[in-house]
Write a protein that binds this ligand. Structure first.
Ligand code: UDP
Ligand code: MG
Length: 303
């Protein structure tokens, strides 16, 4: 009998967890001839999420929770889930029901009978979401695709079912700065896409502020591409040429204010490039420390 592991990162999700549990268990129990486990990764929630998870785990022997010692972020939660999942097929899905559970059965069929290694949900619209966030997100995916030359589509999130082989491949990537969307693309494998319409959260609020989304976006770029450094070199070279021409020109007409703004502009550019270099250095710095990606404080799973 095949076993499906469902990984659910949760951060302050007390309002939606009971709903999520009901829908997902109902869906999983309808799939014929499978065993399942649901791993709730409680990412340092400050509300009553842990109490609810304890109750669910007590009620259903297929449910397990892992509570982190603090908020380590969704990437760390997904990694903890992948490390602890024992299923032949592993699903990652959000706790807020924005990843429709009804797709689970089709995902399983695709992996089991159609020979795919991964079956992922792709959101085809963003109706009901903040317009500015949609625009920024769309632009970010254009930039990251260009910079990394990897297939990272807007709308393609972390919601997917993977074979054990693909999960093991992802677990081989042990980096501290984790960017799962890049990793799915990096490990390759055959992916089938299932489209779905955006579903609004039934309760609770998004856990992402603009600030955290920006830092997530930069993490994605810096952990999967060195193109910004190459671009820095090229732009630096072009600016040196321009500066040479302007210097020669200003020697003849002594236009000093023009020179001042040029110097300011060039030092600004230099600072930006120093910052880009700094980003890569700081990534190396954190990788070299080899700190744990997450720390579990509490779990009902016996090791
Ligand atoms: N999440 C998490 N840790 C965090 C932030 C979010 O585990 O630091 C979880 C959250 O509980 C949810 C999923 O990640 O299950 C997606 O978060 P959210 O719904 O806030 O993101 P959005 O759908 O707005 O992109
Ligand atoms: Mg959500």
């Amino acid at each position: 009998m095949d076993k499906i592991s469902v990984i659910v990162p949760c951060f302050n999700e007390e309002e939606v967890l009971p709903l999520f549990y009901k829908e997902v268990v109902h869906t999983l129990e309808k799939i014929q001839n499978i065993d399942y486990e649901i791993l709730f990764i409680n990412d340092g929630s400050q509300d009553h999420s842990e109490d609810i998870l304890k109750l669910l785990a007590h009620k259903n022997k297929h449910c397990f929770y892992y509570s982190f010692s603090r908020n380590f972020g969704k990437e760390a939660a997904m990694y903890a889930g992948l490390e602890n999942a024992s299923g032949d097929y592993v699903v990652i899905m959000d706790a807020d029901l924005q990843h429709p559970p009804y797709l689970l059965e089709s995902m399983y069929q695709a992996l089991k009978y159609e020979d795919y290694d991964c079956c992922a949900g792709k959101r085809i619209d963003r109706i009901g979401e903040n317009k500015l966030r949609n625009f920024l997100s769309h632009s970010f995916y254009k930039v990251i695709q260009y910079l990394t030359k990897m297939d990272m589509d807007d709308g393609a999130g972390d919601f997917r079912m993977m074979t054990r082989q693909m999960v093991d491949a992802i677990l081989e990537l042990k980096e501290y700065n984790r960017y799962m969307k890049g990793m799915f693309s990096f490990v390759g494998f055959n992916t089938k896409w299932l489209e779905f319409h955006n579903v609004e959260r039934p309760a609770g609020k998004t856990k992402w502020s603009f600030k955290s989304l920006f830092s997530y976006a930069f993490k994605g770029i810096f952990s999967f591409s060195s193109t910004p450094i190459t671009m820095a070199g090229v732009i630096g070279g072009i600016l040196i040429l321009i500066a040479c021409f302007i210097s020669l020109y200003s020697i003849f007409i002594h236009h000093l204010s023009y020179l001042t703004s040029l110097v300011l502009f060039l030092s600004g550019i230099q600072l930006v490039f120093v910052a880009i270099l700094g980003q890569y250095c700081s990534s190396c710095y954190f990788e070299s420390k080899q700190r744990p990606i997450y720390i579990i404080k509490n779990t009902n799973k016996k090791v």
